[in-house]
Every structure is written in structure tokens, then in C-alpha cells.
Design a protein around this ligand. Structure first.
Ligand code: ZN
Length: 383
């Protein structure tokens, strides 16, 4: 799964759409194969026309994939679930959804929207081809797009996580058993089974049918599904380990501070001396912002001597906060989603809001490791 989103091509309904670098390979391979196919089927066309229609069909195919992901996203947005991004990559599209849905029915509807949209496109392109039977170019383009969208929808309905069918399957098991963990494990296991099946089929197809390209491609997708299925079960383990814990359980009560007037050079020295990587910035005992090594490294080293901490810090109003009673799982997701390492924990008391601790990804990781070492016996005592 692509970890970096890639190149931003635009926004639809506020959702950023990215092209991952691996997408270029998919685009080139599909355009080449279409050009070859059209050259064979329509020898009377000029080579330039084979290319033009090949490229146009390829682009429309990726537009279809974006449409598929958008339909998942629109349903998610309806349930007030944030959609972080849509990314096109070598194996198609990926809508990154902010969190798991609260209810099985929501998961079902989000998942089913994708294949339904692809079947809709398949019917639409089929209808267009029927409407203009004498237009050879339009027929070539529409027939291929109709077939590929039909195949896309059908493939995605395979009942193994992380495919749409696997999510539908999970939603049904979840709704039936009311047990999200069990549903995820079942759908994950089905995903692994389907993935192994695809890999074996791909190898067999390549070795015994001589279809090297298609066979290897199939095995490759199987390998991707296998990884994603394992990742989803690993995410579940994180969820189970962190369940029942709150920010106040894990935060450190030590709150290192630094004067806003110190230079970055001095701050760097402090970090090296103490090993602490995040500080609250004060100005005459007034809390004004937060400073950390990440922010320090964003300033060129030559400027450290002439820049004050206050000039480089994250100002108070831009800092993300945690509440002591915030569930650790949600906090962990927030840290990952906003790509930050530490957050101050703020308590609202009679004396106004007060910083009571700091929480970091490291401290959450340590808890996960400790809990993993002690086994699951200790994880059942949620509060
Ligand atoms: Zn989908």
C-alpha cells in the first residue's frame, strides 16, 4: 500500500486526489496494451489514432477508478467519516477513510457503493456503444471500458479483506455476531485464502498456459491482497491492545519547557544533552507554543544561531491537544493522521485549562510492546 500519497492532481468534494509514482507504470502498461489491441482489431486506423484512442481509453479507465473510490467516499462522508485522500497507484485506487465505521450497516453501505458504481459505469459504456453502433472508435473505447468496469466490480466482490467483497463480508459477520474483532479476523482469513489462490492461479497461468504477463500480474495482485489482509489483522491487534486505555494512563507527567527567547542553537544543545525531543515554550512563565526536533530540523542549520525558539515554534493556537480521558486508540489514530509525534494533554479544571502531561507515539508504542510481551491476559480489564 502506498505510504506517501504522491502527486496531488486535484480535489473533489474537498477530498485530495493523488497520483502515486507507481501509477505511472500502470498507466504506461495499460496504454501500451490498448494500443496493441486496437492495432490488431482495427488495422485500418492510422497508428496515431491507435495511440490517441489507446491513451484516451486508458485515462477514462483511471477516471472510472476515481469514480469508484469517490462513491465509497461519498457514502463515508454521509456517515460523518472523514475521507483523508484518494490515491491512484499501480493496483488501482485507494480511498483512505479516517476511521472504521461505527455500525455494520455503515460499513456495508460504504463497501457496496464501489462495485455498484463500477457496474453502473459498465452499463453506461455498454449503452453508449449500443446508441452509436456506426461509430467504430466510440464502440472500441466503450466496449473495452464496459468490460473492464464489469470485471473490476466483479473482482472487487471477492469475499476477502481488503477487497470490497471482504468488507461486505465483514459487515455481514459483524452485524450477525455483533463482534467486530471476530468479523475482521474471519474476513482477513478469507482474504489470505483468496490471495494464495490468486498467486497459485497466476503462477499456473504463467507456467502452463504461457500467459506470462497476465499470470504474473495476477500473482502480483494476490501478493498485494495478502499483505493488505495481514495488515488489517495487525491493525486489529493494535486496536485490541489499546482498548480500555486513556491518555492519562500513558502520558508522561514531566513537561519540559524552554524559554521563547532562547536561540535554536541553544535549543539543539538542550535536546542533545537531555534526549528530550519536545518542549513547551514559555515567555515570562506564560505558555506560548510548542517546540520539537521536527520543527527544529525544518530550519536550516546556518540560521539556528540567529533564530529564536519563539520564531520557529508551533504557536499555541496551532497545537493539537489531547484530553486526559481521551481513549488511547482514538488519540493514536489522530497522531498518525496528522503526522505528529507528541501532543500536550490538557485538563479543564476549576482553575481553567492546565497542561497535565505530554503524550507521544513512542510512549504508546512502549505500552503496546509491554502488553504484547505480557500476552493478552491483561488486556481484558478495560475501564
Ligand atoms: Zn472499492
Amino acid at each position: 500500500m502506498p505510504t506517501r500519497p504522491g502527486f496531488l492532481i486535484g480535489r473533489i468534494f474537498g477530498i485530495p486526489i493523488y497520483l502515486h509514482s507507481s501509477w505511472v507504470l500502470a498507466f504506461v502498461l495499460i496504454s501500451l496494451s490498448l494500443e496493441g489491441q486496437f492495432a490488431q482489431q482495427y488495422p485500418k486506423w492510422t497508428p496515431a489514432w491507435h495511440w490517441t484512442i489507446g491513451l484516451a481509453t486508458s485515462l477514462l479507465f483511471f477516471a472510472s477508478v476515481i469514480f469508484h473510490e469517490l462513491c465509497h467516499s461519498i457514502v463515508a462522508l454521509r456517515y460523518k467519516i472523514r475521507v483523508v485522500s484518494i490515491t491512484l497507484f499501480i493496483f488501482g485506487g485507494l480511498a483512505r477513510i479516517g476511521r472504521d465505521p461505527d455500525k455494520a450497516i455503515q460499513e456495508f453501505n460504504i463497501a457496496v457503493a464501489g462495485p455498484v458504481s463500477s457496474y453502473f459505469l459498465a452499463a453506461l459504456f455498454y449503452g453508449l456503444a449500443l446508441l452509436f453502433p456506426s461509430n467504430e472508435t466510440l464502440n472500441a473505447l466503450c466496449n473495452w471500458l464496459s468490460g473492464i468496469n464489469f470485471a473490476l466490480a466483479t473482482f472487487n466482490l471477492l469475499p476477502g479483506f481488503p477487497l470490497d467483497g471482504g468488507r461486505i463480508f465483514r459487515a455481514i459477520v459483524w452485524g450477525w455476531t455483533k463482534d467486530f474483532s471476530r468479523a475482521t479476523r474471519t474476513a482477513g482469513a478469507a482474504g489470505r485464502l483468496i490471495a494464495y489462490g490468486m498467486i497459485l492461479f497466476g503462477i499456473w497461468y504463467a507456467a502452463f498456459k504461457g500467459q506470462w504477463q497476465s499470470g504474473l500480474w495476477f500473482a502480483f495482485i494476490g501478493w498485494f491482497v495478502l499483505n493488505a489482509a495481514q495488515e488489517s489483522v495487525a491493525q486489529l491487534a493494535v486496536r485490541e491492545t489499546l482498548s480500555g486505555l486513556r491518555a492519562s494512563d500513558v502520558m508522561s507527567h514531566e513537561i519540559p519547557t524552554v524559554q521563547g527567547s532562547s536561540s535554536l542553537e541553544e535549543y539543539g544543545g538542550e535536546v542533545l544533552r537531555t534526549g528530550r525531543r519536545c518542549h513547551l515554550v514559555t515567555n515570562d512563565d506564560r505558555f506560548v507554543g510548542m517546540m520539537n526536533t521536527h520543527t527544529l530540523n525544518s530550519v536550516p542549520k546556518e540560521e539556528w544561531n540567529s533564530t529564536s525558539v519563539q520564531a520557529a515554534m508551533i504557536p499555541r493556537d496551532k497545537i493539537l491537544w489531547a484530553a486526559p480521558e481521551e481513549p488511547l486508540l482514538r488519540l493514536h489514530e489522530r497522531l498518525l493522521a496528522s503526522d505528529i509525534n507528541q501532543m500536550p494533554v490538557v485538563s479543564d479544571g476549576a482553575a481553567g485549562s492546565q497542561i497535565v502531561g505530554m503524550i507521544s507515539r513512542d510512549s504508546i508504542l512502549r505500552v503496546m510492546q509491554a502488553r504484547a510481551e505480557l500476552g493478552h491476559a491483561t488486556t481484558g480489564n478495560g475501564r
